[in-house]
Ligand binder design. Structure first.
Ligand SMILES: NC(=O)c1ccc[n+]([C@@H]2O[C@H](COP(=O)([O-])OP(=O)(O)OC[C@H]3O[C@@H](n4cnc5c(N)ncnc54)[C@H](OP(=O)(O)O)[C@@H]3O)[C@@H](O)[C@H]2O)c1
Length: 380
């Protein structure tokens, strides 16, 4: 939960108008209304049909729903930690709705997010893809920097398997490249874990095109997970050509800009100092939040005419990318989850997207996404 002061009046009015038409968007996405969740069925009931995409190719391929779910904020870095059983119920509702891709990491908590996901999704064992990440040196419950040494990767795999209550990790990402460990050694270690049946697929996060190539040569990579949204489009030039050439999928994290692109945060927002890393991000200073508001306003204006909220637009834009793209929005609120999933029903002409992109390109974003010292090793 964030301690949020109301958005400016014009933004809130536009949001409420958009919400009023959300009902029709949901009707256009029957899976969201007719699935087992709507019938309060058992958590193991068959999920409804949902648009699917394939990340990676060949033996590395993984077919998942076109939108996944990011679990981090349910226990880490997105405000006061919500009641655990409420999060267990929400995760089960997400799975019942038909979503098959769930993302977590050892460092989220650390450990408690994997434990939450493991408990919540245990009734769906074998029916979902749960992805997690290694690559940090966690000692005495604290993140002490990077560690992708082979012995640590093996240790994390064993511990994550237990916490997630699975027999094999569906996709094991390196959370950040470790300058002390050659990418070939990392990929070789994951290859051995795959051979041993402990891991099914290999992924990278925030890796460069060069690192992706080195890793993929040793063990085919299923997906790269990096930040990508209407607010941060650098991957398009830096890594998309390589991903396309090698047939690797792309999983954008922070797809609604860590909340900013929903229009629900502004310069008056009080983020919770106990558990919210956004307080340390240059883009979340009051000055940056104020300076970047034209971006939110452009989304409100564009969405108003189309009956979509800024969050839905941000996700629909990612769904409209030509690459193998499956984003993982995170939320602690069931209402936000339904709002986000309704992005699947958005139908916006390519020309209109170009118009929106052009209007956003004209806005200079204030504040880096990470402080310089964290640029290479932040876990979220
Ligand atoms: N590989 C990496 O290094 C890395 C880094 C960061 C994140 N991730 C992954 O990506 C996932 C998502 O990232 P993220 O949490 O940073 O960013 P995000 O999904 O862009 O934003 C999440 C924030 O937006 C809010 N939100 C979501 N939908 C909303 C809606 N419809 N209306 C209003 N607010 C809404 C959530 O608050 P409420 O709870 O109030 O809805 C939450 O504070 C994480 O869970 C994690 O799995 C990976």
């Amino acid at each position: 939960m964030l301690l949020i002061n109301p958005a400016p009046d014009n933004a809130r009015r536009a949001f409420l108008r958009s919400s009023a038409v959300l009902g029709s968007a949901l009707l256009a996405a029957p899976a969201l209304l007719t699935g087992p969740a709507a019938q309060a069925a058992s958590p193991v009931a068959a999920p409804p049909t949902f648009a699917r995409r394939t990340l990676g190719q060949g033996k590395a391929a993984m077919e998942v729903t076109a939108l996944g779910f990011g679990c981090m904020g349910m226990s880490y870095h997105r405000g006061p930690v919500p009641d655990r059983q409420t999060m267990v119920r929400l995760l089960r509702k997400v799975a019942e709705s038909g979503v098959t891709l769930f993302d977590t990491a050892e460092v989220y908590g650390p450990f408690i997010n994997e434990e939450l996901v493991g408990e919540a999704l245990a009734p769906f064992k074998g029916k979902l893809h749960i992805t997690t990440k290694f690559g940090f040196d966690i000692r005495d419950g604290k993140d002490r920097g990077l560690n992708s040494r082979p012995e640590n990767i093996r240790k994390v795999a064993e511990a994550s398997l237990k916490r997630l209550r699975v027999d094999s990790i569906d996709l094991f990402y390196q959370h950040r490249p470790d300058p002390k460990v050659p990418m070939e050694d990392v990929a070789g270690t994951v290859r051995d874990l795959i051979k041993a049946g402990k891991v099914k697929r290999f992924g990278l996060s925030e890796a460069s095109a060069d690192d992706i190539r080195k890793a993929h040569a040793v063990q085919p990579v299923t997906a790269l997970q990096s930040e990508y949204s209407l607010m941060w489009r650098e991957p398009e030039t830096k890594v998309f050509p390589t991903l396309k050439e090698l047939g690797i999928g792309f999983v954008p994290y922070s797809p609604v800009g860590r909340g900013y692109l929903t229009g629900m945060l502004n310069a008056q927002t009080n983020l919770y100092p106990g558990n919210d890393n956004r307080l340390g991000l240059p883009r979340f200073t009051p000055e940056a939040l104020r300076a970047n508001y034209p971006l939110v306003q452009a989304l409100l204006d564009f969405g108003q005419a189309r009956g979509l909220t800024p969050a839905q637009l941000s996700l629909a834009w990612l769904l409209a990318r030509p690459e193998q793209v499956v984003s993982i929005p995170g939320t602690t609120k069931e209402a936000h989850f339904h709002e986000n999933m309704a992005a699947l029903a958005a139908n916006i002409a390519p020309g209109a997207w170009k118009q929106l992109e052009a209007s956003l390109d004209a806005i200079t974003i204030v504040g880096g996404r990470y402080p310089p010292e964290q640029q290479d090793h932040s876990g979220d």
